[in-house]
Design a protein around this ligand. Sequence first.
Ligand SMILES: Cc1ncc(COP(=O)(O)O)c(C=O)c1O
Length: 582
Amino acid sequence: MLSPAAKKTVSVPETTLGPFIALHRHCRLLKNYRLWCRSAAPSKTEMRTRFSTADETFLDIHRALFVVSRVVAGNIHLIANSYGHYDLAKMKKVSSGIFPIIALDRKAPKPLHRQVYDGYRTAIVEGSLRAGQRVPSTRVLTSELGVSRIPILNAYAQLLAEGYFESRVGAGTIVSRSLPDQVPLLDPRSPRSARVRSGRRPVSKRAESLPAIESVPWRRGWGAFGVSQVAFNQFPFQVWNSLVTRHCRNIHARSLDYGDPMGSKSLREAIAAYLRTARRVRCEAEQIMIVSGSQQALEVSTRVLLDPGSRVWMEEPGYRFARSVFASNGCQIVPVPIDSEGLSVAAGIRQSRRARAALVTPSHQYPLGVTMSASRRLQLLDWAERSGSWIIEDDYDSEYRYESMPIASLQGLDANARVVYIGTFSKVLYPSLRLGYVVIPADLVGRFLAVRIAMDIGPSRFFQAVLADFIREGHFSRHIRRMRLLYGERRSVLTDRLRDELGLAADITGGQAGMHLSLTLKGIRDREVAERAARQNLWLVPLSSSYLGKALRQGFILGFGSTTVETIPNAVRKLRSVLNSH
Ligand SMILES: Cc1ncc(COP(=O)(O)O)c(C=O)c1O
């Protein structure tokens, strides 16, 4: 902790031998003081009584010694100003380096300083310490290794002299950025550092069942039509930052402990009130579990409700990250087609009447954007009740509806507690927040809790507290209202421009809600077009990538959340020119 003296400028005569010697001259009490200081920092009153010195002299000594002890003992460097004085206010606290593993053998004939030197040199050569990485100060390393200071100082001096270390004012000691030429650095990723034997190396069936993550060209860039991107620059940073600051100031001992594994009570209460009112979800705070987004919500739900081999209906086309959850849990995916009313329940029954669950996005189907009709909702609930199946409702972006009031949730229509409702803050706030929730049927709360604890014990506490205040204080609903207007404008400019540029060739669906629409085009191969477009920095997500089976539609999912009105006309023109350029 910095003493009040640290905030003031300390005047210490500069000498070539450094502040320590200067202080030696300055005060004969220094030696005693230093010895004493090693165990505990004395207060000024203590020092006054102990050394019976005059106030002024003492204050000076105290300040000066503070400087010396920080310079010698800590990783702090003095800045000498042009008047030959050291300005403590400008001194920078340097973070301590990470301790390398150095095995010392006090009984070995090799001297300790050589062992420390060799330990560092090997770590640098093997690449476990990299150029520019900070090393601990000699004082800290001395106490950590439990040896005397001298061998450590000697080893550091040699490493500095040979160019393995460099030391800079204000930056502490780091591994040299220009290592000596003779250092034969091993690439830690090379076969020499870890040999991989040829042949098959067993991994779990779960891991094998997942498709490799392709580095597709249309995901590499940032710009118009980005899917899952919100209007990042329109986020209410000021309000959010002030809430973050408020909670930062409020961190206390108890807030460091594990929180409630279901999530913070205040956030769950705020979400329950919002869902009951705005989404007509039937719920109490006790049924809500806070998770790190829809993806974790789906993982917990799958582990609770399904077994390896269980059949699950998935929308076709559908959300491919959800597919990975089912696949990694050994479930059998039954792709059920989407028509103009949403998931075809009749087709699902024909394909697999006894499926254990169905995953649906009834408010705004992903990716086609269809809203599930009332009769389909009733058919689906009826099927679930008759066959003893579960419905997982992913309500990922329903806050934004442009031509009518938001559609009530499917869960709200369910009289038999067959629906597990999933929501997320990724679209309505921002995706890196990684906060979402599950509304669990009351009788299953204990099961969900047990599975959740097995996964990660519980959610991180800090942003839950910030978000609870954000909702409770009305900023959340204000943000939704503001964004609905903004996205509504972006969507109508985009649909107009698409109609103008592409005419009848374009079949646009799903723009009534959310932050993306779906563009179906005849006679194209969407992946090839997307690859061509990416070469021109236009990032188009092909519709066919959302199909599990044969793609019945070709086209693109166009996000408009982060696409400004000004950039839309150009981006649509570019799209047309890419389409025409084969
Ligand atoms: C259908 C669907 N569900 C959920 C999400 C959000 O997932 P998460 O909450 O894990 O960020 C997305 C994001 O694009 C989505 O498209």
